[in-house]
Design a protein around this ligand. Structure first.
Ligand SMILES: Nc1ncnc2c1ncn2[C@@H]1O[C@H](COP(=O)(O)OP(=O)(O)OP(=O)(O)O)[C@@H](O)[C@H]1O
Length: 622
C-alpha cells in the first residue's frame, strides 16, 4: 500500500472539527476518534472540548496512562508511535475553560463521591474513564484496609530466624523484616540487587513462624518471568540448611493469569475474586513493574485480607504495556512513617545504620551483587538521568560495554556491524549444534546467549528489518545446512499469543530440537522444559531480534541494542535502562550519541492518580 493510502486509513471519515484536526495530525487514532464521537453523541454533549478530552483519555489508556491532566496533557501528549508528531501547532483548549467545559458536562461525574454511571470522571484534577477511576480506587481501598491490620508475628522468633538467614543488619534483612511485619510490602531494586535471594530466605523466615506452615504462591506476569523466578528461588533454597529448606523446596511459580484462574465471561474474568479468594497465606509477585492497573486490582481483590502480599520488581524499568504503573506509583508515593512498624523493626534488629524510616512498606535494594560493574554503573547513570556520565562510560568502553557509533543505521549498507554479526552467527551455531544433538538444556541455554533488541517494530530501526538482515547473514554462513524445513533444529521461536492448553504465553521463547526421528519445540520452565510437537504451535515466529518491551522479564548473556534516531518518540530513559539491564555480561549499543542523550534525558511520565493519593491510603498509623 502506498504511504498516502496508509495515511487515508488512519483518518476517520465523517468526523469533523477538533477531533478531525487531532486525528489528521496523528495524535488521535481511529479508535480514539470513533469512541469519543460515539459516546459524546449518545451522551448529549458534542462540545469540542469535551470530545477532545474524551478522545485524549481513551488515547492515554492506549499509551499507558490511566488518566489525563488537562493542565499538562498538551505538553505531554507527544510520546506516541514510532514517528515524531509536532503537536505544538494544534488548537489546544485553554486549560481553565477546558476544565470548566468538562465540569459542566453531563458526561462527567465530578469528584470522588459522585455515583457511577457517567463515562468520565474528574477527580483530584485528573480526568478518567470512569471504569479506570474505579479500578484505581479499588487498589487504594484494598491497600488501605491491608495497612490497617498487621499480620500476627512472633517477634523473638522472627529475630532469631533473621539472625540465621540474614546475619548482617543490612537492607536485605530490613526488606525481609518489613515483608514479615506488613500485609503488603514492596521489594524494589535493579537486576542483581538480591531481590530473589531475599525472597527465598524470607520464605524460610515465614516458615519458621509458629503455627501451620504458610501456603505460598509465587507468580509473575509472564511465563518466562515465572520460570526465572521459580528457578532462582530453587537455587537459593538449595543453599539453605535442611531445616530452613524444609517446606519451601517444591515451590512452583505460575503466571498471574494462571494463579487467578482465567475464566472469560465472569465479572472479573477470573475464578478467584472477592467472593472466592486465593487459598494462599503468602503471595509473592515478581516483575511487578509489568503488572497493569486492572490486573493489580484483580490480584488485590483475590488475595485474602489476612495474607501477606509481597510485590517485587524494578520500578525504573518500562511499565506494563497496558495502562498503569502501580509499582512505580507505590515506590514513589509520599507517606508518613509507621511508628509501630519502626518499633518492631528495631526490636528484631532490622534497621540498617542510617536508614530512613520505611514508607508504605517499600524497601529499595541498591547494592548490585551480580553484574559486571560496568553495566551496573551504566544503569546507575541512566537512572539518574546523567547523559554526560553515560556517554563517558560508553566512550571509555570498559569490559562488558561496547558502543558502536553507527552514523545512520537507515543506510542500506550500514557499517560497524561486525561484532553484532559475529554474535549472531556464533549463537546460531551453538544453538544448532545443541539442537541437532537433541540436547534440550544446552539448546535452551544457547537461546539466551545473545539477543538483539530494538525499540521499533517496523522501519529501518525495527525488528522486522533486522530479522531480515540476520536471516541474510545466516543464509551465507558457511556452516553446512541440514533440513530446509520450517521446523529446522536450532530455529529460535517466540510465542505471539497465549495458548492456555499448552501453557505457553505471549513472549515465551523456545527452540526447535531434534527428538528421536522428528523434532520438538522446547520451552524453558522452572522445572523440566516443555516439549511440544511443532504441529501444535499456531502462533510462533522466528526470533533473532525482539522489541525491548518483549525482552522484559528476560535476561541474556549478551545483548545488542539498535537505537532509533534521537527524534523517535519511543526513545526514553526507561527503554534504554530496560534494554541494557537485560544483559548479564555484555551490552553493545548501536546508535548515535544524540540518540543516547535523547533517551537518557526523556523519562516517561505516566499519568495516574495513585502516586498522590496513596499517601493517605497506606501510610499506616502515624
Ligand atoms: N547478601 C548477598 N551476599 C552475597 N551474594 C548475594 C547476596 N545477595 C545476592 N547475592 C548474589 O547476587 C546475585 C543476584 O542475586 P538475585 O538473583 O537474588 O538478584 P535479583 O535482584 O533477584 O536479580 P534479577 O532481578 O536479575 O533476578 C546472585 O548470584 C546472588 O547469589
Amino acid at each position: 500500500m502506498t504511504a498516502p493510502a496508509m495515511a487515508e486509513l488512519r483518518v476517520a471519515h465523517g468526523v469533523t472539527g477538533i477531533l478531525h484536526t487531532f486525528n489528521e495530525a496523528g495524535v488521535l487514532n481511529l479508535a480514539d476518534v470513533h469512541t469519543a464521537h460515539r459516546i459524546t453523541r449518545l451522551g448529549g454533549d458534542e462540545s469540542e472540548p469535551v470530545q477532545l478530552a474524551l478522545a485524549l483519555t481513551v488515547r492515554a489508556l492506549r499509551l499507558g496512562s490511566v488518566c489525563i491532566d488537562l493542565n499538562t496533557v498538551g505538553d505531554t501528549a507527544a510520546a506516541d508511535g514510532e514517528d515524531p508528531v509536532d503537536i505544538t501547532a494544534l488548537p489546544w483548549p485553554q486549560p481553565e475553560q477546558w476544565r470548566a467545559a468538562c465540569d459542566h458536562s453531563p458526561l462527567v461525574a465530578r469528584g470522588t463521591d459522585a455515583p457511577p454511571g457517567r463515562p468520565l470522571r474528574l477527580a483530584n484534577d485528573l480526568l478518567y474513564l470512569d471504569r479506570y477511576w474505579h479500578e484505581e480506587d479499588r487498589i487504594r481501598r484494598e491497600l488501605r484496609q491491608r495497612a490497617a491490620t498487621d499480620p500476627p508475628v512472633d517477634l523473638p522468633r522472627l529475630r532469631s530466624s533473621l539472625d540465621r538467614l540474614f546475619p548482617d543488619a543490612d537492607r536485605q534483612r530490613h526488606a525481609a523484616a518489613v515483608s514479615a511485619l506488613r500485609a503488603v510490602s514492596v521489594l524494589a531494586g535493579g537486576p542483581g540487587t538480591g531481590k530473589t535471594t531475599t525472597i527465598a530466605r524470607l520464605l524460610a523466615v515465614l516458615h519458621d513462624q509458629p503455627g501451620d506452615p504458610p501456603r505460598i504462591a509465587l507468580a509473575a506476569p509472564t511465563g518466562k518471568a515465572a520460570a526465572r523466578l521459580q528457578e532462582a528461588v530453587q537455587q537459593v533454597t538449595a543453599t539453605l540448611t535442611d531445616a530452613d529448606r524444609a517446606g519451601i523446596t517444591d515451590l512452583h511459580a505460575s503466571t498471574l493469569h494462571r494463579l487467578l484462574g482465567r475464566r472469560p465471561g465472569t465479572r472479573t474474568g477470573f475464578r478467584h475474586d472477592r467472593t472466592n479468594r486465593l487459598p494462599y497465606d503468602v503471595v509473592v509477585v515478581d516483575e511487578t513493574s509489568m503488572v497493569p492497573l486492572t490486573l493489580m486490582a484483580r490480584l488485590l481483590e483475590a488475595v485474602r485480607p489476612d495474607a501477606r502480599l509481597i510485590l517485587v520488581g524494578d520500578p525504573d524499568q518500562l511499565a506494563s504495556v497496558e495502562a498503569g504503573a502501580v509499582l512505580g506509583d507505590l515506590v514513589h508515593a509520599h507517606g508518613t512513617p509507621d511508628l509501630r512498624l519502626e518499633s518492631h523493626l528495631r526490636e528484631v534488629g532490622a534497621v540498617p545504620a542510617g536508614a530512613e524510616p520505611t514508607i508504605n512498606g517499600v524497601v529499595v535494594l541498591d547494592r548490585t551483587w551480580r553484574f559486571g560493574g560496568a553495566i551496573a554503573e551504566l544503569a546507575r547513570h541512566i537512572r539518574a538521568g546523567d547523559a554526560d556520565q553515560v556517554i563517558d562510560v560508553l566512550r571509555r568502553a570498559p569490559d562488558g560495554i561496547e558502543f558502536v557509533d553507527t552514523g545512520t543505521l537507515a543506510d542500506r549498507r550500514p557499517t560497524g556491524l561486525d561484532g553484532l554479526r559475529a554474535d549472531i552467527l556464533s549463537t546460531s551455531r551453538v544453538l544448532t549444534d545443541a539442537a541437532r544433538r537433541g540436547d534440550v538444556d544446552a539448546a535452551l541455554y544457547g537461546l539466551d546467549t545473545h539477543r538483539l533488541l530494538c525499540a521499533h517494530r517496523r522501519g529501518p530501526y525495527g525488528v522486522s528489518r533486522w530479522t531480515t538482515e540476520i536471516e541474510t547473514w545466516l543464509a551465507t554462513d558457511p556452516r553446512p545446512s541440514e533440513e530446509d524445513s520450517e521446523w529446522y533444529p536450532g530455529r529460535p521461536l517466540i510465542v505471539t499469543a497465549n495458548d492456555y492448553d499448552l501453557g505457553l504465553y505471549n513472549g515465551d521463547t523456545g527452540v526447535v530440537v531434534r527428538d528421536g526421528g522428528g523434532v520438538r519445540a522446547a520451552f524453558a520452565r522452572g522445572g523440566a522444559p516443555v516439549l511440544v510437537p511443532p504441529s501444535r504451535l499456531s502462533d510462533v515466529q522466528t526470533v533473532y531480534a525482539m522489541t525491548i518491551h518483549r525482552g522484559q522479564g528476560s535476561q541474556f548473556h549478551r545483548v545488542s541494542l539498535i537505537l532509533p534516531p534521537a527524534e523517535s518518540p519511543l526513545l526514553t530513559r526507561e527503554l534504554l535502562y530496560t534494554a541494557i539491564t537485560r544483559a548479564r555480561s555484555h551490552v553493545r549499543i548501536l546508535g548515535t550519541e544524540d540518540a543516547v542523550r535523547a533517551a537518557v534525558q526523556r523519562p516517561i511520565t505516566r499519568a495516574s492518580g495513585l502516586r498522590h493519593t496513596l499517601t493517605t491510603a497506606i501510610g499506616g498509623p502515624a
